[in-house]
Each structure stands twice: as C-alpha cells, then as structure tokens.
Design a protein around this ligand. Sequence first.
Ligand code: SF4
Length: 702
Amino acid sequence: MRPLQFAPPPALAVRTHCPYCAYQCGMIVGDGSSDAPAGVQGDPHFPVNNGQLCIKGWTSTTLLRHPERVTTPLVRHRGELRGASWDAALDDVADAVRRTKAEHGADAVGFFGSGALTNETAYLLGKFARVAVGTANIDYNGRYCMSSAAAGGNRAFGIDRGLPFPVEDIADAEVVLLVGSNPADTLPPISQWFERQKRNGGRLAVIDPRKTATAKLADLFLQATPGTDLALANGLLYLAVEEGLVNAEYVRTRTAGFDAVRRTVLTYHPAHVERLTGVGEAALRKLVRWLGTARSAMILSGRGAEQHSKGVDTVHAFINLALALGLPGKPASGWGCLTGQGNGQGGREHGQKADQLPGYRLIEVEAHRRHAAAVWGVPPESLPRKGKSAFELLDALGPAGGIRSLLVMGSNVAVASPDMTRIDSRLSSLDHLTVCDPFLNETTRHAHVVLPVYQWAEEEGTMTNLEGRVIRRRRVSRPPTGVRGDLDILRELAERLGHGDKFDFYGPSEVFDEFRRATAGGAADYAGITYERIDREDGVFWPCPAEDHPGTPRLFADRFHHADGMAKFFPVTHRAAGEEPDASYPFFFTTGRYREHYNSGAQTRLVGALTKAKPAPTLQIHPAAAGRHRIRPGQMVTLESRRGRAEFAAEVTPEIRPDTLFAPFHWGGRDAANRLIGTALDPTSRMPEFKIAAVRIVGTSA
Ligand code: SF4
C-alpha cells in the first residue's frame, strides 16, 4: 500500500473558498502561525465576491477546532456510540455491506451523498456505489435543492448549468426578475452586482409571497400566492403576445414548439391570473413591458419557485417567457437559477444522482453506460440501472422498503427531508447506518457507525460554483489527529470489498485525472480543466473539452445544446399543490433560510456568533392572522399539518401575506419546519414540495 498523500503544510495565507453556499466566495485563510487558521478575509481578487463575505463566511473557521468535533470513529455497542479504531469501524461497515448484499441483494445497500462534497468525492462516491457495491440506489441532497431547475434547463436548452453567464453580467442587465429567490439573505455578496445594475440604471422586480430583504430593494414587487408562479408566468406570456412583445425572428430561428405554448397561454387572461395569484393586471403589464422592451433582461429563479410538485413546469413557464422575448443567448440576458448548495452544481453533474453518470451522462443511455464502464474498466452490463430519488430512497429504508443498509456522506438527512417524523422512523429501522461527518447531528443519532472526516479547509479538491466555474478548494490547516478524508474512506472500503484496484487513489488530483476522462465528451465536459489552469485563471467554466479550450463562461450565444441547436418551448399549465389549504388546515406554510444559517444547520448551529444572532426560528405571521388567533409577538405558536407539529415564537409582520405562515428549516427537534412538510413530489425531478404545506394553529403559550 502506498503512503497517503498529504498536501504541503499551510502557507502563510491560502486562497480558498467558503464551505457553505454555491456562491463559493473566494477567501484568504490563515496566518501561518499554527495549524489552526486564525484569520479569514474575503479574497479581493476573486471576481465573484470581490472581497465580500457574509457572516457565515466570516465565521467559517470556527468549526475547524470546535470542541464537539468527532476525532475518532464511533461504533454503536449495546445502544451507545463508542470510540473504535479505524480498522474496526471500516470492517464493521464493509461487513454490513457484504451481509446486506448476500441476504437482500445489492440494491438493498443505499448511498446518500451531498452537494457539499467536492467534485472528486461526488464522482468517487457514485463510482463506488455502482462498481464496488453494484447498487442502483444512490442519490443526494441536491435533489432537494436544484433538481427542478436542472430538469427544466435540460428540457429547454439540452444542458443544465445554473447560470449560463458569469454573475458579473447581472450588472449589465437592464431588467432583472427574481422569482422565489432572496439572495440578499441567502448569498449576500451577490448584492454587489444588483447594486451595480441599479447604478447603471437597471430595474429589479421580485416575485415572492414574502416581502424579503431582496423584495425591499425591488422597483416592482409582486406578492404572489404560494404555488402560483407558473400561472403568473403564463399570464405574463399572455400579455407579451397581446402586446406584441414576442420576438418572432428569435422564436423562428432559435426555438421550436412556440405555437403549442401560445395556444396554452391564451386562457391565462389577467383576470384569471389575478384570481389565482393575487397579482393585479397593472403590475403584470408593467413587468412584461419592462422585460419585453429592455435592451437586456434576465429571469433568475430560486427555490421558492422550484421546490414544488410542479417545480419543473414552473421553471419551464419562465423559460417559455424568456424564449418568447428572445432573451437566452443575448448579452446580459436569459434565464438562470441561483444554485443553493456549495457544490450543488458539480454535485449534480458527476454521478451521485440516481439517474446520472459522470459528465452529466445518463445511466439509462447505452452509449453513456459504455463510456463510464470503459473508464472504470468494467463491463457496461455490470452497471446498475437508475435507482430511487432522494426522498423515495429514504422512504424505502428498512425491511418494508427494502433498503437495509445506508451510507450517508455529508448530509443531515434527518432534518433536511420532508415529513421528518416519517424519515426518522425509516432511519431507525435500518439494519445498518454509516454516517461520514465531522460532527454528531440528528442523523448520527440513528447511526451504527460514525466516520469522522475532514472539513473543507482540511482537504483539497474542486468545486463548481453557481456560474459553472470550476474552482479549487485548498488545504488551509492540518486535520486533527484521528480524522480521515472521504476519498481515503472509499478506498479503504473498496479494498475490503475486493475492488481496491479500481479505487487506488491516494489524493484528489489522482481522482481528478480519471474524473476528467470520465466527463470527456459529456454535456458537463471537464476534460480540459486542470488544477494548474484553475490556479492560473481563477476558475475555468465548463464545458471545457481540451486543455487549449478557453472554457465557456457564456452559453447559448449561437446555439442551444439539443442536437438541432434549438431551444424547446414546452406547454405547461397551472395545477394545485399536493396539498392546498382547506377548512381544517387554513394556512399556507412555507419555508426558507436565514442569513445566519445554512441548510439543516448541522454546521452553523455550532457557531457561537451565528446562534447568538439567530438562536431559534421564528414564525412570520401577518397582523390580521395574528389578531384573529390572539397571538402576540414572541408568543410560542404550535402549528400542525397532517404529518406533525412544530413550535415557533411568533414574529408578527405585515411583510407576509395574511394567508401564509413562514419559518426557516435550519432546526431539528420541536421547532423543525420540515416536520410539517408533505411528501408530494414533482413527477419529473422528484423534488419534494418543501414550499407548501397546509397547516393550522393549534395552540399558543406565553
Ligand atoms: Fe459567500 Fe455563501 Fe459563504 Fe456567505 S455562505 S460567504 S455568500 S459562499
């Protein structure tokens, strides 16, 4: 066995990137005086954030020497997690995989990855599941984040890259429409581009059920009823047709399928749209005129529009509008989505998704299977077929569903999933659960084995930000004694399972070399990207098929990625949410994020400065609704949906619609918003309907 490769000790200060969201702010970390980096500053030379960070970035090194860090493997013994050697813990995991396969078949072993993993780890985890174990059942938490936008983008453009242009183009857009996105809170440094856009005379419009921090900056705010964005988009397209704003030349030469869409939107008369959305004709007309007459205009989508059982169709409704107005491919124009997770983009390109192989190839396409199999040195027929999507995979845990053993890497699924109570019970019914994580969390409560892993600043690798820019995550500090990297764990497990020769990687650069070959010729082609190029060029945009290719910061200038080069319209119609309010459960409940916390809160709830700023979630409720229920600010309110209860302190505010309640989803326990959320899924993306549940107020206390 070769010795492990370690990156050189940290230099005086290292350029790397924030561990959290997809904006992947450049940061400079470390003062060189010890293994623990003492200082963080925004990287003034990284052209995405230009030196700015949000509070999560500023405090991100707090976790590196956190007292609650797990530094030894833990194995459950008589109901308790106890310290164990790495060999004992890895043997336990490998035994569980072997036993499960022998007794129940390979598909009874599941894997759950993460949009926080590097490209190298995401790639290797997908390969491990398919080659070392042979299971179809691997998916990841990015399914909960980006899948509707990804499916919509693929259907319309033949490619899924969150933003088809660099963020700097925002500054040059005459009009920007944000749909269900609150970047002022979720990725604050992006605000600099909106501020420049304003200074350049641009206008910002926002569609959201809440008057968010972003909506307060808008020149036009449309406070739509939850779950009606699709109807609103169709209504805008109706008006675009009526007002003669459709770009007929663009539609004829660059798209296909407009006639069917035009016929579909004929029923979206403004009066009908107002009844559905609560947005009046004057605002609709103003917005479509802005979009249709601007020199340049962008429509940017967020989770508020996408996390629905009609998320893909909602995305496509806005893409239809953008195509009709001739925006995609035009300078500083088009449709895009603001990706959420740190490596949400790269994480969905390289095979940790149930239906995908590296390079955005598809596991059900024979030519794609042959390419991956050739790189991996296995027969194509040995690769499993498409497996279950994230929620369906978790819902199938245990004897009833058939997945008996699960390995989770980098995701706190017990808090991040809809209908948490149900997922809790599924996790507890597993024969064996392995969790790879630096900290204990709500998911490790069910674990049989916890493997302590490196954190962001202790590992090397690549990430792909929301622009499709591939960047380097660099090692800043030495990991504590006793923890290991994800890649080391996969290699050690593969050796134990008899597939060591296929996972003989002793550092991320070795994985990256194979990964480049695996992506070559795919939609997300990284073949021409090297660590050295990323260093030199401050990131390289995919697709980049050769080392002398410049990369592709802007897509669609000449053609789209379907074989005929045309973008596709797709007729979509409004439909009800999986669960709408009724007499028994009269409120819409919707969720979102705080500036101070990230996703399930597994990391940020451990950072003192962040928990001090936001110690607990509050429930936004309109004064009219609060008055009807005699709720005072700060009073504890218990909400109930058909799945469970959660309790929040009331924040009485006119910024939310009177029919809607809002709470963030960063907490577990009794204030867990996801306990209320249902299990309706989008039929295409399998995205759970995180953004709508029907709830009622069942109690208040002082
Ligand atoms: Fe930047 Fe996002 Fe990190 Fe905040 S959380 S510093 S916006 S990458």
